[in-house]
Structures are given as structure tokens and as C-alpha cells.
Design a protein around this ligand. Sequence first.
Ligand code: NDP
Length: 330
Amino acid sequence: SKEWHLVRRPEGWPVPEDFALVTVELPAPGAGQIVVRNSFVSVDPYMRGRMNDVPSYAPPYVLGEPMLGGAVGEVVASANPEIPVGTTVLHGLGWREYALVDAGQARVVDPALAPVSAYLGALGMTGLTAYAGLLSVAGMKPGDTVFVSGAAGAVGQMVGQIAKLRGASRVIGSAGSPEKVAHLTGKLGFDAAFDYHDGPVAKLLAEAAPQGVDVYFDNVGGEHLEAAIGAMNLHARAAICGAIAQYNSTETPTGPRNMAYLIGKRLRLEGFLVGDHAGLMPQFLAEVGPWLRDGKILAEETVTDGVDNAVEAFLGMLRGQNLGKMLVRV
Ligand code: NDP
């Protein structure tokens, strides 16, 4: 079985030499264990953080060991009577072809309800991130104007569409190319969108949100967050989800330099981790599952074929080559 190891900690942008594709022999499953042939593995921005040797909410990847990450696949050998051969499961041993998974470390998913890849995206971690951040953390209400950065990505595309379906009066997105902007307004029902390369974000946002912003869903940080604080209305809320603009930067992070607005405008900015909102999963699946099934939500995926190309897929995602969720088909 092939698996990807981190062999050197990246400085700034990761390069292929930081990773090694290693072939290993998998042992037969011990009591309670299963062997899974991964169908899809996920590549996510948070993995960049785990490549650094710094304390964080997720422990650093260990050099010379396989990297971890979300995966779905089919059980091909089982010493666990509750999860027989042929079952489809979601688990955390991605970045590899086959995984030996301990009892309790896999969740059975239903391949009849949705394509299995959805359990890594729209009906999985990134979908729940959007749902929890928008509704629970930012407390979006019908009639709100919502702005989401990274809007054409896995989390962002869900934020915008859930906001519309939950009665937002205006949804604005930012993304990194004209094609993505056209997709947001043409296919996903965003009311306005802009390419953040086209000028200062504060100016582009002011044009797209002349009435200001009530909820900001931040995937990017830096200049985007500063612009959003400037545009936020009285009592507006921001869910601080990610800061991808600085994950590969070797420079001191920039602003926001306008934090004093929090006082007069009584703003609330709140960071969150999706893991703390696992209790919302049943409600999320009950509400978003039918939207997805009925085509009210379009969940784009960009699929790279072959476990050999997982590093390329990961780097491509960091560069913005994905529309929607970036996945590797093993
Ligand atoms: P995406 O699918 O959005 O992929 C990353 C995207 O980031 C790229 O497609 C690219 O799109 C954009 N990007 C890259 N560099 C920059 C930059 N310098 N400025 C602006 N945009 C940039 O990833 P996810 O949807 O999986 O994650 C989105 C965010 O949510 C990340 O910040 C991630 O860390 C965070 N997250 C947080 C979680 C939590 O629990 N708090 C859980 C899951 C995700 P473009 O072409 O538009 O530049």
C-alpha cells in the first residue's frame, strides 16, 4: 500500500521534496480492526498547519510517518463484527491507499444517500464548518447581509448557499479568479461577487455591499478581515474560520488595523473550530442533506486522480486551483 510521509517541515510554501511516497506492507486486522481501501482522501488547508512543529489544536505531523486526514473507503478485511467487508466508512487515515483502522475510529456512512465523496465535503467536515460557523457562531438571521471570503472553496460555497436558503437578504462572495466569480453569481445564487485581485478589498466590498454587512464569514484573514470590519454594520458578527492568506507566509501577518471599530459598532468577532460543533451533525444532515439531494445546493468538487498526485492536489488547493472541495480519488 502506498502512503505519503512528511519528511521535512516546509518553510513558507511547501515543495514536493518535503514529502515522500512510501510503499508499506499492511498487516492483517487485529481484533476490532478493519482494513479500508480508500476511495477518496481529502486535502485541506489545516494540514498546512500540521506540517509545522508548533503547538496547535491539532498535533504536528510526525516526520517520517504517514500524514493524517479525512478519507472514505470500503472495508476489504474485517476483524470487527459490526463493520463487515463491503461497508463504506469515513475515517481519519487519509493520504494513503489502504488504512488499518482501529475499533471506534471509523464511522459507517450510507453510499445510497449521497456520493461517498460528499462525506468529505458538503455532508462532511467542510459542510458542517459552514453550517456551524454561519448559523451558530455568527447567528445569521433572515434579512441579514452576509459576506463570505474564499467563497468558491469547499466551506465558502456552502456558506453562501446556506445563507440564501436561510433567508439572507444579500449574499456577497470574494474569490481569486473571474471564472470563480462568474460561478458564484451565475450558478450558486450569490447576489454579488468580486475577484480580490481587482483592487483593494475594502473598495470592492463597499461596491458590492452598499448597505454594509451584518455577518462576515472569514476564511482568509488579513486584508479581507480588515475590509469586512470596515463594512460591518452596528451589532454585526463575524465567524473567524480560517486565515489562509497567511498559512504560507513567512512575513509578520498584516492587520486588521481598524479593531477600534469593534467598540463603536459593538461588533462581535468569534473564532471557532468545527470539532466543537459535532453535536450539530444530526441537525446539519437533516437540513442540508435534502437541499443537496433536491439540487437546491450545488456542491462542486475538484477531483485529482491517483494517490501519487495527492501532494500536487494539496498544493493546487493552496494555490486556488480548486472549485469547491478538493479531493483525491485513490
Ligand atoms: P478551500 O476549498 O476554500 O481551498 C482554499 C482556497 O483558499 C483556495 O481555493 C483559494 O481560492 C483560497 N486562497 C488561497 N490563498 C489565498 C489568499 N492569499 N487570499 C485569499 N484566498 C486564498 O478550503 P476549505 O474550504 O477547506 O477551507 C477554507 C477556510 O476554512 C480555510 O481558511 C481553512 O483553514 C478554514 N477551515 C476552518 C475550519 C475550522 O474548524 N475553523 C474547518 C475547515 C476549514 P481563491 O482562488 O479564491 O484564492
